[in-house]
Write a protein that binds this ligand. Structure first.
Ligand code: AGP
Length: 605
């Protein structure tokens, strides 16, 4: 996810663009840039690093004169963070400059088409193909060149465009990525979200997919996909800046919980090609390995625990998940026949980096699953699969975790197919459920108001238990951590079958036990554990699949999640637990986005 902004008015564009980029920085911050149309053509300044780096560079340069410009702050998806990969991107002839938020899924084909025409690409980004297309189709009519360009693009995009032949105009267009138009007095704007505009104007227009907007300081025309002007009234937004950064949500954590369907879609869909899972950028021969070791910390480790279940089930080779801070000092039995999968949202967790280095030293092949492009772990790994979840601001991970699990699910299917351990029929059936995860995640999010009521009922309980078996137990680990880290209420995840070996002594009247029983083949076993704790006075919140009716006679409260393949259930099942933790913490007036004692990335031992 990146942030884009455009301005055209009477004053200098550069200061307005830089101020807007600062407010969009939560959307992406590994590099940034601006371009301004002036009497001498389009001038551009861009840099790796945060917007403050860009501000310094812009102040050092006096070329950026003009009242019409575009800006970008990047969250890298294709091409590591660097000056050259930063946006804007300019066509070879200097006629066009573009900023882009989204993923052009057919950029590889478009790139080779233009390389065959002799175009020399400057960057590794997917975005650069957009300026190539614009320059190629331009015959003096910018809107026509834009329409022809958009007709060649596949994927998601919100783009801002400058043309050197029209120094008083900016253009923008979108499909699937957000874009807001700001209507001012003698000035007009576009931006990825209201945050960048709300200090200038609260009169906004939502651009719809396929529409193109053409702006000058005093005019604004929106064209539909057929190039016909359309009337779209502006609406007044009564948000302040803080609310706008969270897109109207009270906390980043809730915003990121709600972003999960989009994050899952962005992570899964670009890897499905002609009915098969394709990882463009890994070079792994699965037949080389006799075991897989997954290592990570915190929620990433709990995602790894889910991955262990799924990979072992599908690939039928031994898979172990080990906490990185333990693995690094265990003198691990790792060699060149071991594939080590390293999971990390930030890509900067010290214990995870150290355990990865230890495994590499011992000859293991490493595969990193990370969310931050170009992070330390991404650079150190032999192979990388990115979770395209976009920046995660809240300390407690949510979309980071579910996209990690989704990538582990895809890897398990991919590896099982390479090893010949899965039938085509089973693979295809799993793929259907994999592709429906975003939609089912949305349906799980629709439980939000019901979960809030349960949080209001149970917010003052202490020492909760989360119990489950097999893959449900792996999800209990993450559900318990979510509650602990944002509501400061002690809880414990426990293998349901293990309770009777001592810990059940802690169950007493009023103890809340959250029982995860989505794994149907072990449902009866978990029910017997529910009966054991209820016999000792516990209250039980049961989480089961939508087709389950028996749970209503066993649990005091029930949450039903959409049915999906048993191996993919964790991605859906965790969502009500994220919401439960959020609403309990909110009821207890906790500092949800910045819980005490915690950091978003633990870069120390
Ligand atoms: C999860 O909500 C926590 N923020 C924490 O456990 C986190 O998952 C852990 O520190 C690992 O971070 P990483 O994924 O960036 O490596």
């Amino acid at each position: 996810m990146c942030g884009i902004i455009g301005f055209v008015g009477s004053g200098e564009a550069a200061p307005v663009l830089l101020d807007g980029l600062k407010r969009l920085e939560y959307r992406g911050y590994d590099s940034a840039g601006v371009a301004v149309s002036g009497a001498d053509g389009i001038n551009m300044v861009k840099t790796i690093g945060k917007v403050e780096e860009l501000v310094k560079k812009v102040h050092e340069c006096d070329r950026l004169r003009g009242s019409c410009g575009i800006g970008h702050t990047r969250w890298a998806t294709h091409g590591i963070p660097s000056d050259i990969n930063a946006h804007p991107h300019m066509s070879e002839d200097g006629k066009f400059a573009v900023v882009h938020n989204g993923i052009i899924e057919n950029f590889t084909a478009l790139r080779s088409e233009f390389e065959q025409k002799g175009v020399k690409f400057q960057s590794e980004t997917d975005t650069e193909v957009i300026v190539c297309l614009l320059a190629y189709y331009y015959d003096g009519d910018v809107k026509k060149a834009i329409m022809k360009t958009l007709s060649r693009l596949e994927g998601s995009y919100a783009i801002g465009i400058l043309c050197a032949d029209e120094p008083e105009k900016i253009y923008a267009a979108k499909v699937a990525s957000p874009l807001i138009i700001g209507v001012g007095a003698g000035e007009n704007f576009f931006a990825s979200d209201i945050t960048a505009l709300v200090s200038h104007t609260k009169n906004v227009i939502d651009l719809d997919d396929g529409e193109i907007v053409e702006m000058t300081a005093d005019s604004l025309v929106i064209y539909n996909h057929a190039g016909k002007p359309v009337e779209k009234p502006a609406k007044f937004v009564a948000w302040d800046i803080a609310a706008a950064e969270k897109n109207g949500y009270e906390h980043f954590m809730l915003k990121e919980i709600m972003e999960q369907p989009g994050a899952l879609k962005a992570t899964i869909e670009p890897r499905i090609k002609d009915g098969w899972i394709v990882f463009d950028d890994i070079d792994i021969d699965m037949t080389k390995f006799n075991r897989i070791l997954i290592t990570a910390c915190g929620s990433a480790y709990y995602a790894g625990c889910v991955g262990r279940n799924v990979i072992e089930t599908l690939c039928r080779i031994p898979v172990e998940a080990e906490v990185a801070s333990e693995l690094r000092y265990r003198h691990p039995l790792v060699d060149e026949k071991t594939l080590v999968i390293v999971v990390s949202q930030s890509g900067e967790t010290a214990d995870t980096i150290a355990s990865m280095k230890e495994c590499k030293k011992l000859g293991a092949t490493t595969l990193a699953i990370v969310n931050v492009v170009g992070s330390t772990i991404a650079k150190l790994a032999d192979n990388v699969i990115y979770t395209w979840a976009g920046p995660e601001i809240a300390v407690a991970t949510t979309k980071g975790y579910t996209t990690q699990v989704a990538v582990l699910d895809m890897f398990a299917m991919w590896a099982a197919e390479k090893l010949g351990r899965i039938s085509e029929e089973e693979y295809k059936s799993l793929l259907v459920d994999l592709m429906r995860l975003p939609e089912r995640a949305q349906r799980a999010l629709d439980l939000s108001s019901r979960v809030k009521k349960l949080a209001d009922k149970y917010y003052d309980r202490s020492s909760l238990f989360f119990i489950g078996r097999n893959i449900d137990y792996s999800v209990c680990l993450e559900g318990s951590l979510k509650l602990k880290e944002i509501s400061y209420i002690h809880s414990e995840a426990y293998a349901a079958g293990e309770l009777k070996h001592g810990t059940i002594a802690l169950i007493e009247p009023g103890r809340l036990v959250v029982a995860l029983c989505c794994l149907e083949e072990l449902f009866e076993k978990t029910v017997s554990n529910i009966e054991q704790v209820k016999a000792r006075g516990a209250q039980v919140l049961g989480v089961a699949l939508e087709n389950n009716r028996r749970i209503f006679s066993e649990a005091d409260d029930v949450l039903l999640v959409p049915v999906t393949n048993k191996l993919l259930v964790p991605v859906i099942e965790i969502i009500p637990l994220q919401l439960f933790a959020y609403y309990v913490a909110r009821k207890n007036k906790c500092d949800i986005d910045k819980p005490k004692n915690l950091a978003k990335s633990v870069t120390v031992e």
